[in-house]
Ligand binder design. Structure first.
Ligand code: ASP
Length: 322
């Protein structure tokens, strides 16, 4: 008999649509408590950890959740954990847990695109698929998984790709690593690597800036005058910037602020290819930290976690090569 803990945090999966106004809102009582879970071979415990829409989730919620899961999997008798979460920031919480929970037991994050009383509501199905995944021995050593719409994705690669479609969660470039069927949970790939950080708090201010054509120096100049511990830049193509941004960028690097580069393309990785003004080669020479395919919001999470361990840009560059 497996022991699985379901931890609710809120999101659409816990909301209902008001029949008069059409507004989708949180409930006082989580409607998932009514989901009938006739699953053989498992004891499911349920914890109402939070009941918030995921745009209200903060890094402070994430570290508290991570500590709770660490405790459940290492000091209590649970074989796996399922977290329900709003889909808007689900990938950020899932990746935070992937980096900070120290256990090889299954941790599955799920949500829903349709609230509990809408036609075709996907919450109960996603919850049950996630419990099946968390019960599966083949989910051991896979890192934190995201399960929705019968697909299993890694927290590292998954992203929300559609505002409303139930097939919104995709892993661009890599695809899902498994599927959930009526007969069982099947993995067809295994993640090759998982980063682990032992942190007690998350207390660094990291900003994410998206670059656009014709961007001038004003945003980067403004960043020089505010308190910020790290910056992630969603750059153009293979990792290039408009030339006007370089001067204030150098000031930020000279102040010792780690500047991490991702691409605004959702496939591929950033590299020091171009030798023109603002090109990747110049950025590399200036000490900008290159990443290995993470999207902007996840690179921000990773930099926040990394800054709890070191401020040394060389070590941080090492973390981002993995
Ligand atoms: N806005 C909602 C949230 O993230 C969307 C959802 O849960 O699907 O809380």
């Amino acid at each position: 008999m497996k022991n699985i803990l379901v931890i609710h945090t809120g999101g659409t999966i816990a909301m209902s649509e008001d029949r008069n106004t059409g507004a989708v809102k949180p409930n006082l009582e989580n409607p998932l408590h009514e989901t009938i879970m006739n699953i053989e071979g498992v004891q499911v415990d349920v914890e109402d950890f939070l009941n918030v829409p995921s745009p209200h989730i903060t890094p402070s919620h994430m570290i508290t959740l991570s500590k709770r899961i660490n405790y459940c999997l290492n000091d209590e008798d649970y074989d796996g954990v399922v977290v329900t979460h709003g889909t808007d920031t689900l990938e950020e919480t899932a990746y935070f847990l992937d980096l900070t929970v120290r256990s090889n037991k299954p941790i599955v994050v799920t949500g829903a695109m349709r609230s509990s009383n809408e036609l075709g509501s996907d919450g109960p199905h996603n919850l049950i698929s996630s419990i099946h995944t968390a019960m599966s021995d083949s989910a051991l050593d896979k890192g934190v998984l995201v399960v929705l719409n019968d697909e299993i994705h890694t927290a590292k690669n998954v992203t929300k790709t559609h505002t409303s479609n139930i097939a919104t969660f995709q892993s661009p470039q890599y695809g899902p690593i498994g599927i959930v069927t009526k007969r069982g949970v099947l993995f067809h790939h295994s993640p090759s690597h998982r980063d682990q950080y032992n942190i007690e708090e998350v207390d660094h201010q990291v900003l994410l800036i998206k670059v656009v054509a014709g961007m001038e120096n004003s945003i980067f100049e403004a960043l020089c005058s505010i308190k910020v511990d790290g910056i992630v830049i969603e750059a153009l193509g293979q990792g290039n910037l408009p030339p006007e941004t370089i001067e204030p960028l150098v000031k930020l690097i000279d102040k010792g602020i780690p500047v991490v580069l991702v691409s605004r393309c959702f496939n591929g990785i950033v590299q020091d290819i171009y030798g023109y003004d603002g090109g990747g080669k110049q950025l590399k020479d200036l000490g900008v930290i290159f990443t290995n395919g993470l999207n902007g919001q996840k690179a921000r999470i990773k930099l926040m976690v990394a800054l709890e361990q070191t401020h040394d840009p060389k070590k941080i560059q090492g973390f981002f090569q993995q």
